[in-house]
Design a protein around this ligand. Sequence first.
Ligand code: ATP
Ligand code: TZE
Ligand code: MG
Length: 267
Amino acid sequence: MQKQLIKDLFIKVKEQNPLVHHITNQVTINDCANATLAIGGSPVMATSIEEVEDMVKLANALVINFGMIDDETYAAMVRAGQAANTKGIPVIFDPVGVGATPFRTARAMDFLKHVSVSIVRGNASEVFALIGGEAKTRGVDSGTLAIPAGELAQNAAIQLQAITVISGKLDTISNGKEIVQIDNGDIWLTRITGTGCMTASLIASFAGVTDDWFSAAIAGMSVMSLAGERAKKALQEKDGIGMYRMKLMDEIFLMNEQIWTEEVRLS
Ligand SMILES: Nc1ncnc2c1ncn2[C@@H]1O[C@H](COP(=O)(O)OP(=O)(O)OP(=O)(O)O)[C@@H](O)[C@H]1O
Ligand SMILES: Cc1ncsc1CCO
Ligand SMILES: [Mg+2]
C-alpha cells in the first residue's frame, strides 16, 4: 500500500468524474447519490432489468447493495453484474443484512456464483456470513464476533477472490496478502443509517478511476471514517445526529489529499 497512490485518487476522481451505477436500497439511496457527488463522482440509480446493461455500458463502476432485495431487483443485479464483468469495470458488493435471514444469505451466495465481485464492503457479521460463518447480523447491524477482523478480512479476500473491506471501530481492508487497518471514525457513524452504504459509493467512485482497487478500497473507507471523525469535532454544543448527518456530507465534500495525509491513521 502506497500513500501517494491514494493521495492521487482525490485529484483523479474530481478530474474524471466517474459514473457510478448503483442498484441499492430505498432507505439510503439519496445519501449514496449525494456522497458520490460530494467526493467527485457522478451517481446514477437504475434498477429496471431492461436498462441495466445499457447503463453499465456508460458506467465506470457498479455498486450492488442488498439492503432491500426482491426478486425483480435481484435479477437486475445479476444482469448488471455480468455486464460489468464483461466490460471489466469494478463491482462493489455491499451484503447488507446477510446473516440476518436465510433468504439474504442464500441470495448473496447465489450472487457470488453468477458475478465476479471486485470489492466486498460490509460489517463484520455480514462478511462472516458471506464466507459461510454462523453469523448473527442484527437486521442490518453487525453482531459481535470472536474472530479478529484482520484474519476475517484476509480469509474472506482469499475465499471470495475479492478485496474485502470490513467496517467497524477499526476498519480493515485486505487483498488476501496485505491487511490495512484504519483507526479513524466516531461512534456516531453508527447512529445514522447509511454510513456503510455511502462507504461503498465512495469506494466505487475511487475504483472507477484506477485499476488499483485495493488503494480505492482504502481511500473510500478512510474518507468515510475520517469525515465522520471531523464531523463530530465540527458540531456545536446542542447539535444532535441531524446536524451530524449534514456535517458528515460537508466533510466528505471538503476532504482532500492534504487533510487526508495529515489526519488518516493507517497501519
Ligand atoms: N464502534 C465504532 N466506533 C467508531 N466508528 C465506527 C464503529 N462502528 C462502525 N464505525 C464506523 O461507521 C461507519 C459505517 O460502518 P458500519 O460497520 O456501521 O457499517 P454498516 O453496518 O454497513 O452501516 P449501514 O448498514 O447503516 O450503512 C464506518 O466508517 C466505520 O468505521
Ligand atoms: C435500515 C436499512 N434496512 C434495509 S437497508 C437499510 C439501510 C442501512 O443498511
Ligand atoms: Mg451496511
